[in-house]
Design a protein around this ligand. Structure first.
Ligand SMILES: [Zn+2]
Length: 131
């Protein structure tokens, strides 16, 4: 299932929707690149639930969201007190992939949170199986 993220109200919509089912924003006019820029921007949103939703969308986009890597790493630092969100960010990074990811993950192997450590190990194992 493909989802679209409303740039106006941040609601999740099904991929085939042309307008947001929550606020009526036109979803179709946006180019893919603008959409990713919006997602990257929304990672700095004050509302943590919004950030959590964006992280999940980036995870679904996978390698297409490659440009979001630095912003995701920054979001990770911003949520030092929320290991669950941090773990989600790590799992999203794992789906996006990229060579620089390994160094970032290795730097987190001794993270104080076991929840974060678990996600790091999972993604490192996943990368190990990759091409
Ligand atoms: Zn909307």
């Amino acid at each position: 299932m493909v989802y679209k993220y409303c740039p106006a109200c941040y609601a999740l919509n099904k991929g085939e929707e042309e307008i947001c089912q929550y606020c009526g924003q036109n979803l179709k006019a946006r180019k893919e690149e603008d959409y990713l820029d919006k997602l990257i921007w929304a990672l700095n949103h004050r509302d943590k639930e919004t950030v959590a939703r964006v992280v999940n969308i980036l995870k679904m986009l996978g390698p297409q969201a490659y440009r979001a890597l630095p912003a995701l790493e920054k979001a990770f630092q911003n949520y030092e007190k929320d290991p669950y969100l941090q773990a989600d960010i790590i799992l999203a990074l794992g789906e996006i992939g990229g060579y620089e990811l390994r160094d970032f993950l290795f730097s987190l192997k001794d993270h104080p949170s076991i929840i974060v450590q678990k996600a790091v190990c999972q993604v490192l194992a996943q990368l190990g199986r990759g091409p």
